[in-house]
Structure formats: C-alpha cells, structure tokens
Design a protein around this ligand. Structure first.
Ligand SMILES: [Zn+2]
Length: 317
C-alpha cells in the first residue's frame, strides 16, 4: 500500500515509525507503544436509477476520467449507512431525491490512487426533486441503455453491462408506482381510502380539507399512484414547539386494501421523510392507535422506535 509508506510517526504516541513484519506482512509499527498500522479500505456507494428504460448518469468535473460519465456516487463517511450515503450523493450531484430499493452489486478493486477499494451499487427509485447537475459533476442526464455516452471507470461499465443483460432477459412492464403531491382531482380517491380506514368522508369533505391543507405552509399531502390510479396517501406536518426543535409528524397514512404489501406504504413514508428533511426537521414521529398492531410492525420494520403510549382527550368546540 502506498499509504503505508507515508506513515512516519505514530498517531498514538508520536514516536518514529519502523517497518517490521507483523501478521505476515511488512507493516508500519511503533516500537515505543506497539501500535500497528492496518490500512482500512475506502468504501464508495453508487446508485443505478432507471426511468422508462433510461439510466441516470453524471459527467465528472474532476480527474481522473474528467468529462466521462458515471453513476452518481461518492465516499461513505465512517459511521454512515452506505445506502444513505448513496442517496445523499445522488441528491448532491443530480438534485434528485432517491430511495435505495436493493443492493445490485459490490465491486472490489482500486481503479485509481484516490479511488475506493469497494464500490457498493444500489438500485434506487426517484422520490422527487429537480434534475440539475451540482457538486463535482457538470451534467446529469438520463441515457437509453443502447446509446450510452463515454463511460468512466471499469466498475461503471461492468454495472451497466450487467444491468443491460438482466434488463433484456427479464424485462417486463413493471407496475408503475408514482408519488406526487395531492391535487383537487384526487378528492374522490382520497375519500374512498379514508372510508376504508373508518374515517367516513365524502369527496366534498375531502375537497374542503384539501383546500384547508393548502392554506398552511408547514404540511404536505402526497398520493401514491399505482398504474395511474391513486392507491394511497400520506399527510406530513412540521411542528415548531417551545420544548422541541422543528420536527415532523405523519398525520395520516392509508394504502388501498387491495394494494397492500407492495411497498406503497414504505414509498409514501420515504416521501414524507424526504419532505421533512427538506423542511429541516431533525426527527419524524407518528402516533398509532394501540390496537393497530399491523401498523406498529410496519413502522418498526422501517426504522421507527416506539417511545411512549398516550391517552387522547377530546372536547367539542
Ligand atoms: Zn506509538
């Protein structure tokens, strides 16, 4: 390792380093305190985002491979979940909010001295945002797989080749899921979903509430479409309280009974979380009725922690 040759002083006690064989290799060691230098691998995370048969690529501003195209990617910070690092890098470079859906590949091998030893490649889907090149790239575009621009790095080429092959062999029209802000024209569908949950509402009730929701800045209502039909909604509110920093709360979440367990709920929650982050909330909460054990399991599965049980009091005004 070139880095091992650059270590001259012990970071623990400051003594001069000597090079001796330890654990089968010549390694920098400190004769004073016994510290041994074990180089840690650098890890990068990338996303493969596909939309209508096109993949999202970015053009590099920096050397090496300046001017060539690659997947949105970057280094994982120590202590950072690599999936979050991949989402963060994608947002930083392309302006698109994405959510990691699966691991696609892990590629080992250093391609240049300042590169990563491992690249974790995730599949990810778009939650929102505006496509715009930023950070260390000067262009971000979607390309059809059969007409890709000049690619940087063997890892990028490998990932796209693999993706192309799997796409040809297993291509089937995927169920199209889409998350977008609710519109007035969604009133009938939203009313139907509320009724499934037992909150009896007419489309007129919903239209009136959509108007009220639109009057407040610090909340948002998103709907999930499944093949063009509204199949779920989520409401998220940002709160500023004297005893607590700005935080968000999920006011309501409904997924169509016929469309459960397909990932719509997760997608809606991820959209609400992205909205909360955009609005500088440090935390997101949700209150569940104690009898809704299925909902409790759902939230626990996606990283929520049960912090308290409450009583709810009411007074008619
Ligand atoms: Zn030392």
């Amino acid at each position: 390792m070139s880095l091992a040759a650059e270590i001259n002083y012990c970071p623990r006690c400051g003594n001069a380093i000597s090079h001796q064989t330890r654990f089968g290799k010549v390694r920098p060691i400190c004769p004073q305190c016994g510290w041994i230098y074990f180089p840690d691998p650098k890890v990068a995370a990338a996303v493969l985002v596909e939309q209508n048969g096109r993949v999202l690529l970015v053009r590099r501003v920096n050397q090496p491979q300046r001017g060539k195209w690659t997947l949105p990617a970057g280094f994982v910070d120590a202590g950072e979940d690599p999936a979050r690092a991949a989402e963060r890098e994608c947002l930083e470079e392309t302006g698109l909010n994405v959510r990691v859906t699966s691991v696609m590949d892990v590629i080992a091998g250093l391609e240049h001295p300042r590169g990563a030893n491992f690249l974790i490649v995730y599949r990810a889907e778009i939650l929102g945002g505006q496509l715009a090149a930023r950070d260390d790239v000067d262009a971000a575009e979607f390309f059809p797989l059969d007409n890709l621009p000049p690619l940087a790095f063997e890892a990028t080429q490998h990932v796209l080749e693999t993706f192309k092959r799997s796409n040809v062999q297993t291509f089937k029209p995927a169920t199209a899921m889409n998350i977008r802000p609710a519109a007035e024209s969604d009133a009938v569908a939203i009313a139907d979903l509320c009724n499934q949950l037992g909150y009896l509402s007419t489309p007129e009730d919903i239209a009136r509430r959509l108007y009220q929701i639109g009057q407040f800045e610090h909340n948002a209502l998103f709907v999930a479409e499944m093949d063009g039909r509204v199949a779920g909604w989520i409401h998220v509110i940002a709160f500023s309280l004297p005893e607590m920093d700005l935080h968000a709360e999920i006011g309501g979440l409904v997924v169509d009974e016929a469309q459960r367990s397909l990932g719509l709920g997760r997608l809606l929650v991820a959209r609400a979380e992205a909205w909360a982050r955009e609005h500088e909330c440090s935390e997101i909460r949700v209150r569940c009725n104690v009898i809704r054990t299925r909902a409790h399991n759902f939230y626990e599965c996606i990283g929520y922690e049960n912090i308290k049980s409450q009583h709810t009091f009411r007074k008619q005004l």
